[in-house]
Unconditional design. Sequence first.
Length: 437
Amino acid sequence: MKIAVIGCGYLGAVHAAAMASLGYETVGVDVDAAKVERLRRGEPPFYEPGLPELLKGGVDAGTLRFTTEVAEAAGADVVFIAVGTPQLAGSDAADLAYVDAAIASLLPHLTERSLIAGKSTVPVGTARRLAEMVAPTGASLAWNPEFLREGFAVQDTLAPDRLVYGVQRGDDASVATLDTVYASILARGTERLVMDYATAELVKVSANAFLATKISFINAMAELAETVGADVTQLADAIGLDARIGRRFLNAGLGFGGGCLPKDIRAFQARAEELGHGEALGFLREVDQINLRRRDRMAWLVERELAAVGGDRVGMLGLAFKPDSDDVRDSPALDVCRILERGGRRVTAYDPQARETAGRSMPTLDIVGSVEDAVRHADVIALGTEWQEFRDLDPERIGALTGARVVVDGRNALDAQRWSAAGFKVVGLGRPEVEAA
Ligand code: UGA
């Protein structure tokens, strides 16, 4: 079986490498020549645990190639569409220009034997429209959304919770082709659900909307907890023990960022409005607002603590939107740096992986190469991303470097008792402050 993957970003590069690891002759296509060049050497253009090994394995074995020429997708049994669908400039809607361009460029290379399988996150109704574009070639189209998380992308691709196929009614041939592609995954008993296009598209966006809502729910509780002096982390533990609620995705703090959740809930709401049912998803605006308010709250807490110690230096730990990623798209931590810098504060930041990406996104930010350099003489330490490296820090050692001993933990990730015992005042989001012991 021959596979082509159009678009080699987070989704496409991982998918192509995963397909090759399953033994398929795979070609990844991307318009970005520099990215293709790196991938050809087996180097991912972003940080993702496990991906370098998978890429190198495929490239060295000769099963995995990368090219800028879409014509090389000709002859593939399945062409996966994995291009980005970013937020449209000046609007909440998704920009489908890359998806449309990918399909248009493929048209001359399709035959009745080809199956296009869409993976990109798209507004409901897109697959039906694309199927009409593809129809004259005789090729088929399925929508096969992807649920991978950055940081766990390889594992999520090769061992997903479920496979979802959106197909046209009666299109058993496309179902059979996808079953062949995913045979080894299905053989392990993975659930596979076949449905129509619209449902498959909605599964993807509603899953992300649910996850975002869960995070904003707990962050709304954090807002109230701050008012009444309660502890949101204990609250999350207690409600999370109810199996109907579950503890996962109930970590209160700086909230969600990244290239998916924020733009997906906005695009979902925009699509509902286009369909005349904006009210059905009106709550997603609130979810977005709660999420963004956490960034202001964190910056406010840092300001308050700076004022208390009469300083203006902040040591920011973490810039990526979450640990095990170098992605700073819509990163809450980076946003806090922006707010603080706008207020004239001196921010020195460190992230184990996001130095380059954050530097491109915020060239004015002073980004250093170690925790020590970030916290030296800092009046307040702010934790923006819960990397394991930060959880493991020795507060005694850190305290010997800083100006004052205050830490604002934006992810409620540090052991407050340990930090307090080392003389730090620990300020969390949605929980009572712990004074220095
Ligand atoms: C998300 C979904 O989890 C994936 O299932 C989906 O496939 C992907 O988007 C996508 O659409 O491509 P991802 O953006 O990699 O994956 O990151 P998540 O692990 O979902 O985290 C999102 C954000 O929520 C991060 O900023 C994280 O710090 C934050 N978060 C997560 C919390 O603030 N609290 C939590 O309890 C969990």
